[in-house]
Design a protein around this ligand. Structure first.
Ligand code: PEP
Ligand code: MG
Length: 580
C-alpha cells in the first residue's frame, strides 16, 4: 500500500477540524457464521449461551449509556436506550430461541436467520430514517453476535487517540463508547447530515467526514489519512508534502483557534451580531464557549429524528432549558424543517420524485396542524424563560406565512384559554431561502420582525444545484452574482421596512465570505459554534467602509469569476494572513 498514489475523496463535511492519522478500519459486518447442529440434549445449553450473550450486550450498552450520561450527551443516551429495548424485542429474542429449538442449530446461526428476517422487512424502503433504523437493528444484532462468538463487541482503537476511524457506518453505541479522546477523526462511507455519526461527532468536537463514496475500497488498515472536516475531504496515502501542508494548516487553525477563543471571551465589538447554529441542546455550551451572542438558528427537526416525537411538554422543557442557559442572549428557534433529506418516521411522505421541492418544511407543518400547534404552544410557553424568536422555514408563498401566523395566533389563544403564561412580545421571522421569497421580500418584510437568509437552500433553488450532489459541488457558488443580487434585494427590503436581517447558511462560517457579508449590511450572521472565534477575529479587523466599497463593486459583477477575483484581491489587501 505504501507505494500507492494519494487519493482525494470527497464527502459531506460533518464536523469541523483537520486531523492526520493512521486508518483504524472498523468492519462491523464481516462476521463468518457457520451452521452447527446441536444435539437435542444440549439445546438448553445453547439457549443459555444465547441469553448470556444478550445479557452481556445489555451490560455493555448500559455501561456506555452511563458514560454518555456522565458526559452529558443526551442524543447518544436516547439512541442507546432504543438499542437496549431492541435487546428485549420479542421478534429478535423469541425468534432466535425458537429457531435454536426447532432446527437444533447453534445460537449464532439462529440469530443470523432471525436478523435476516427482521432486516428483510426494511428492504426496498428508500426513506433515510428507515435506512438508519435498519442500521440500528444491524448494530444491535452484531453486538450480540460478537458476544456469542467471543469477539470484542466494542471498538478498541490503538492507544494514543490519533487514529482515524474508518468505517462503513458507526452506531451511536460505537461513537458514544469511544468517548472524546479515543480517536482523532471519523470517516464513514455512509451517512448524511442527519446521521447519528455526524451529530455525535459535532457534539464531541471530532473532525468528521461522512458519505464518502468508495471509502472502503480506497483505504487500507494503517494507511495514513488526512481528514479535513471543514472541506469534507479526505486524502488517503498523502505525499509528505500534502501531510506537511495539512499539518501546517491544522496547526495554524489550532493556534489561531486557541488565541481566538480567548479573544471571544472579550466584548463582542463586531459590526454584525455573531450567533450560533445548533442542532442539539448540548451545543449551547459550545456556542457560549465560542462567544456566541445568541442562537441564530436552532434546527428543531433533529429532536424528531429519534424514536417518537417529543410532545408539547417535553419540547417546552427543552426550549425553556435552552433559553435559560442563554440568559439574556436571544434564541432563534425554527419550527420543524422536516422532509427533503430529513425524514423521520413521523412524517414519512409518499416517495417523491423530487423531495427537495416536495412536501417538506413549513408545508409539512401546515399539513399536520396538531403537531405544528403543539410545537408553537411549547415555544410560546418557553418564551417567558428568555428572549425567544420564532422562525418559519421555507416560506415560498404569502399564504404559507399567513397560515403559519394564524396558527401562531391560535396557539396563543389555546394557551390563554388554559391560563398558561407566555411573553407579551415575541419576534417572529421567516427564512428567505426560496427565490419567490426574495422577489416578494418587500411585501413579506411588512409581516415579520426579521428575515433569516438560508443560503444553503437559496443557492440550491436559485442555481438549480442540488446541495447534496457532490458532482455539482463546483456549481454551488455563494459568490455567484445572481446569489449576491438576491441577498442585496432582501437586505434592501428589510432596511426599507425597518426589520432585522440575518444569514444562517453555511457561507456565513467561511471567513473569506465575511467582507462580502459585512459590506452587504446584514445585522446578524449565524454559524457552527466552532467557526465563531475566527469569524469574530476577522470581523474586528474589517472596516465597514472598505467592505461597503467592495460590495458596491460586487454589485456590478455579472460573472462568478469576477466576484471571486474581487474578493481575493480584497482579502490579499486587508487580511493577508487568512491563507490557512
Ligand atoms: C439554509 O437553507 O441555509 C439553512 C440554514 O437551513 P438548512 O441548512 O437547515 O436547510
Ligand atoms: Mg434551509
Amino acid at each position: 500500500m505504501s507505494g500507492a498514489k494519494p487519493r482525494v475523496l470527497r464527502g459531506i463535511p460533518a464536523s469541523p477540524g483537520i486531523h492526520v492519522g493512521a486508518a483504524f478500519m472498523v468492519d462491523r459486518r464481516r462476521l463468518k457464521i457457520r451452521r452447527r447442529t446441536v444435539p437435542r440434549g444440549r439445546l438448553d445449553e445453547e439457549t443459555a449461551r444465547f441469553r448470556a450473550a444478550l445479557e452481556t450486550s445489555v451490560r455493555q450498552l448500559e455501561a456506555i449509556r452511563a458514560r454518555s450520561q456522565q458526559a452529558g450527551e443526551r442524543q447518544p443516551v436516547a439512541v442507546l436506550e432504543a438499542h437496549l429495548l431492541m435487546l428485549r424485542d420479542e421478534s429478535l429474542v423469541q425468534g432466535t430461541l425458537d429457531i435454536i429449538r426447532r432446527d437444533a442449530v447453534n445460537a449464532e446461526w439462529a440469530l443470523g436467520a432471525t436478523l435476516a428476517k427482521v432486516l428483510r422487512a426494511f428492504e426496498d424502503i428508500q426513506d433515510e430514517y428507515f435506512r438508519e433504523r435498519r442500521a440500528d437493528v444491524e448494530f444491535v444484532g452484531e453486538r450480540v453476535m460478537r458476544n456469542l462468538l467471543g469477539q470484542a463487541a466494542d471498538l478498541r482503537p490503538p492507544a494514543g487517540g490519533h487514529a482515524v476511524l474508518v468505517a462503513h457506518e458507526l452506531s451511536p453505541a460505537d461513537t458514544a463508547g469511544l468517548g472524546r479522546d479515543a480517536v482523532g477523526a471519523l470517516v464513514t462511507a455512509a451517512g448524511s447530515r442527519t446521521a447519528h455519526t455526524a451529530i455525535v461527532a459535532r457534539a464531541l468536537e471530532l473532525p468528521a467526514v461522512v458519505g464518502v463514496a468508495g471509502l472502503l475500497g480506497a483505504v487500507g488498515a494503517g494507511d495514513r489519512v488526512i481528514v479535513d472536516g471543514y472541506r469534507g475531504e479526505i486524502v488517503v496515502r498523502p505525499t509528505r508534502a500534502m501531510v506537511r501542508e495539512a499539518e501546517e494548516r491544522a496547526a495554524c487553525l489550532r493556534s489561531r483557534a486557541l488565541a481566538l477563543v480567548d479573544e471571544a471571551a472579550g466584548p463582542a465589538e463586531t459590526p454584525m451580531c455573531l450567533s450560533a447554529n445548533i442542532e442539539l441542546e448540548e451545543e449551547v455550551e459550545a456556542a457560549l464557549r465560542y462567544g456566541a451572542e445568541g442562537v441564530g438558528l436552532f434546527r428543531t427537526e433533529f429532536l424528531f429524528m429519534g424514536r417518537g416525537a417529543p410532545n408539547e411538554s417535553q419540547q417546552h422543557r427543552l426550549y425553556e432549558r435552552i433559553l435559560k442557559r442563554l440568559g439574556d442572549r436571544p434564541a432563534t428557534i425554527r419550527t420543524l424543517d422536516m422532509g427533503g433529506d430529513k425524514n423521520p418516521e413521523l412524517f414519512r411522505p409518499a416517495p417523491e420524485l423530487n423531495p427537495a421541492m416536495g412536501l417538506r418544511s413549513i408545508r409539512l407543518s401546515l399539513r399536520h396542524p396538531g403537531l405544528f400547534l403543539a410545537q408553537l404552544r411549547a415555544l410560546l410557553r418557553a418564551s417567558t424563560a428568555g428572549t425567544l424568536r420564532i422562525l418559519f422555514p421555507l416560506i415560498a408563498c404569502p399564504s404559507e406565512l399567513e397560515r403559519a401566523l394564524e396558527y401562531l395566533d391560535q396557539a396563543r389563544a389555546q394557551l390563554r384559554a388554559r391560563g398558561q403564561a407566555m411573553a407579551g412580545r415575541i419576534e417572529v421571522g421567516m427564512m428567505v431561502e426560496v427565490p419567490s421569497a426574495v422577489m416578494l421580500a418587500d411585501s413579506f418584510a411588512r409581516q415579520v420582525d426579521f428575515f433569516s437568509l438560508g443560503t444553503n437552500d437559496l443557492i440550491q433553488y436559485a442555481l438549480a444545484v442540488d446541495r447534496h450532489n457532490e458532482q455539482l459541488a463546483y456549481l454551488n457558488e455563494p459568490l455567484h452574482p445572481a446569489v449576491l443580487r438576491m441577498l442585496d434585494q432582501v437586505v434592501r427590503a428589510a432596511r426599507q421596512a425597518g426589520i432585522r436581517v440575518a444569514l444562517c447558511g453555511e457561507m456565513a462560517g467561511e471567513p473569506q465570505n465575511l467582507p462580502v457579508l459585512l459590506g452587504l449590511g446584514l445585522d446578524e450572521i449565524s454559524m457552527t459554534p466552532a467557526s465563531l472565534p475566527l469569524a469574530r477575529h476577522v470581523l474586528r479587523r474589517l472596516s465597514p467602509e472598505a467592505t461597503q466599497a467592495l460590495w458596491r463593486d460586487l454589485r456590478m459583477c455579472t460573472h462568478p469569476r469576477e466576484t471571486e477575483r474581487l474578493v481575493k484581491e480584497f482579502l490579499a489587501a486587508h487580511l493577508p494572513d487568512l491563507a490557512c
